[in-house]
Ligand binder design. Structure first.
Ligand SMILES: Nc1ncnc2c1ncn2[C@@H]1O[C@H](COP(=O)(O)OP(=O)(O)OP(=O)(O)O)[C@@H](O)[C@H]1O
Length: 296
C-alpha cells in the first residue's frame, strides 16, 4: 500500500546547523503516529517539511506519493494544526468555519459545526476569548473539516490541563477512527503514548533514533536484570541502555529472539515510555560523551 508519508534522507538546515538530517521513514496509511523528542530535536521542522511550509535542503518528502510543495493537489490532502494552534483571534468559530469553506475545495462545514456544538464551544465568541483547550478543539475541528487524508498536529495538547488533554486526545482518536485519516502528532507526553498511538518516531538532535510500529518495537526489546559484571547475555543485538548498582545490572536491550538466558538473568517486557527514554538517553550519551556507560 502507498505510504501516507515517506521521507528519504530528508534534511533541513538553518545556516550551518542541521535541524533535521538523514531522516528516512515510511508512515503507513491509517496509522496514528507519535513523533517524540526533546526540545529542539527537529519535530516542528519535520512537520513543516511534510506540509510544504519548508523546503528540504537534502532528500525528499512525499505525501501520498506527491511532494507537498508541488501544488495545491498535495496540500488538499493534508490537515495541519501548528504549535500553539494559531487562529485569527478576533474571528469567531462560526466565521472561521465559513472562511475555511471558501478557502478549501473539499470542506465539511457540518462536521466542524457539529463537533464544536457537541463540545459546547460557543460559536459566536472571538476565539481569542476562548480557553486554550477550546481553541485547540476549534483548530482540530477546522483541520478535520478539510477531510484530510493526512492530519499533522504539532504538540496539540501542550497547553492543556490533564483533563482537557485526555478529552482532546479522545476526541482526536474518535474523529480519526471515523475518518480513517493517517495522523502524525508531536508530543512530549510519553506516558500517554501507549494509549494513543500505534506507530512511533523518536527524534533526537536532528536524527531519527527509532521508528516503527509500536508492537514491533516493544516486541524487539527486553529489559534484562542480572549480576553486575556478568557481561552481555548471548543473543543481544544491542545494549541500548545500561544501569548498574553495586551488585546488579539492568540492561535495556534490542533483540528479536533471545536464546535461553543464564538463570542468573531475568527477562522483562519493556514499556513504551522506558523504551523512548532509553533511546533518547543513548543518543545524548553518544553526543555528550558523559560518564554513562555505553555498550556497542
Ligand atoms: N527559524 C529558525 N531559524 C534558525 N534555527 C531554527 C529555526 N527553527 C528551528 N531552528 C532550530 O532547529 C532545531 C530544530 O527545531 P524544531 O523547532 O524543529 O525542534 P522541535 O523538536 O520542534 O522543538 P520543540 O519541542 O521545542 O518545539 C533547533 O535547534 C532550533 O533551534
Amino acid at each position: 500500500m502507498e505510504p501516507a508519508l515517506e521521507t528519504e534522507a530528508l534534511g533541513k538546515r538553518y545556516g550551518r546547523t542541521w535541524a533535521l538530517r538523514d531522516c528516512t521513514f515510511r508512515l503507513p496509511a491509517g496509522r496514528v503516529t507519535a513523533l517524540v523528542g526533546p526540545n529542539g530535536a527537529g519535530k516542528s521542522t519535520l512537520l513543516h517539511l511534510a506540509v510544504g511550509l519548508l523546503k528540504p535542503d537534502e532528500g525528499r518528502v512525499r505525501v501520498f506519493g506527491k511532494e507537498p510543495r508541488d501544488g495545491t493537489e498535495a496540500l488538499s490532502e493534508i490537515g495541519f494544526v501548528a504549535q500553539d494552534t494559531p487562529l485569527y483571534r478576533d474571528f469567531t468559530a462560526r466565521e472561521l468555519i465559513s472562511l475555511g469553506g471558501r478557502l478549501n475545495r473539499r470542506w465539511d462545514d457540518a462536521l466542524a459545526r457539529d463537533r464544536l456544538s457537541a463540545l459546547g464551544i460557543p460559536p459566536d465568541r472571538p476565539v481569542g476569548k476562548l480557553s486554550g483547550g477550546q481553541r485547540a478543539q476549534v483548530a482540530l475541528a477546522l483541520a478535520l473539516a478539510k477531510r484530510p487524508r493526512l492530519l499533522l498536529l504539532d504538540e496539540p495538547v501542550a497547553a492543556l490541563d490533564p483533563l482537557a488533554r485526555r478529552e482532546f486526545m479522545q476526541a482526536l482518536m474518535g474523529a480519526v477512527a471515523e475518518s480513517e485519516a493517517t495522523v502524525l502528532f508531536s508530543s512530549h507526553l510519553l506516558a500517554e503514548l501507549e494509549r494513543t498511538c500505534d506507530h512511533l518516531i523518536v527524534l533526537q538532535s536532528a536524527h531519527v533514533q527509532l521508528a516503527g510500529p509500536v508492537d514491533e518495537l516493544l516486541d524487539g526489546h527486553r529489559l534484562l536484570v542480572g549480576p553486575r559484571d556478568a557481561g552481555t547475555p548471548a543473543g543481544v543485538e544491542k545494549v541500548v541502555r545500561a544501569a548498574h548498582t553495586d551488585r546488579q545490572s539492568t540492561l535495556l536491550v534490542r533483540s528479536r529472539a533471545l536464546p535461553a538466558l543464564d538463570p542468573e538473568w531475568t527477562e522483562h517486557e519493556v514499556g513504551l515510555e522506558d523504551l523512548v527514554l532509553a533511546y533518547l538517553a543513548d543518543a545524548e550519551t553518544r553526543e555528550t560523551n558523559t560518564a554513562w556507560e555505553v555498550t556497542a
